[in-house]
Design a protein around this ligand. Sequence first.
Ligand code: A3P
Length: 290
Amino acid sequence: MDRIKVTEVFEGISMPGHLHTQESLNAATNFQFQDTDVLLVTFPKSGTTWMQQILSLIFNKEDLQSIQNTPTWTRVPWVEHISFSDYLPQMEASKPRLLTTHFPARLLIHNLKNTKARVVYLARNPKDVLVSYYHFHKLAKFLPDFSSFEDFFDQFLEGKVNFGSWFNHIKDWLGVQQELNFFLITYEDLSQDPRQAIQNLSTFLGQQLEPKELENILHYCSFSFMSQNDLLNYSLIPPVIFDHSVGKFLRKGVAGNWKEYFSPEQNARFNNVYQAEMGDLALQFPWSLD
Ligand code: A3P
């Protein structure tokens, strides 16, 4: 597979060259959003695939069969990926266009702020993001190899992993939320009370859900359903890209898995950085750092 170990650096952010080129990244910053668009924004490993599935279930609630034969990454594609231009024509036929990005706000805000596009920011406890990202580096052959968890831990805290600092990403987007049609939701909301979280999300999206429709969505976005479905669990990705022998894309699917990985010293260090970076935010997140 081409460019498997290439890293693209764009506007100071590293990204895998397997999925991005300077051309695709430039095209994303020039992408013209429409009022009807829905843009899912995540830092990697925050539950992107889960939310891609939920969004397409909500917007296809009357005919769930219509989405069962296509993978999430074609239904809710990343605007910055090389393949985006292939998916765009078929998306134009069905409004709203469901889109995804890992970009920081500063690369998209100029084209988003004068639209009514709905922006869904999905956040996750950064400790769980770190652990999930560590495992993903073992699975994904287009990401750098890290010699140890300690090594990855340091690079993540310093914002030196692909897509940079988790802290900058979330602060960047929360900093422009007043300029956008913006909805914040967390992985922890979805884990603790998926019914309520999906209802709140649907209200933001202007979608009324009948009780039966909500039941179906809960079923088709559950970890048990998604992890067994080859179009959702990334198992069809060729071994040259994902080394399926070392783990699964849908790995644990829980909140709080970091506790099995962080040493007391790492936990204290992480909490200090978290406090320094996030302490000024008035917002309370539903995750626990203890
Ligand atoms: P873990 O590695 O902690 O299991 P992304 O799609 O942004 O790459 O995020 C992947 C993470 O979301 C993985 O976390 C994966 O298991 C989790 N995930 C995906 N679908 C899920 C679901 N239906 N329920 C809970 N977690 C899910």
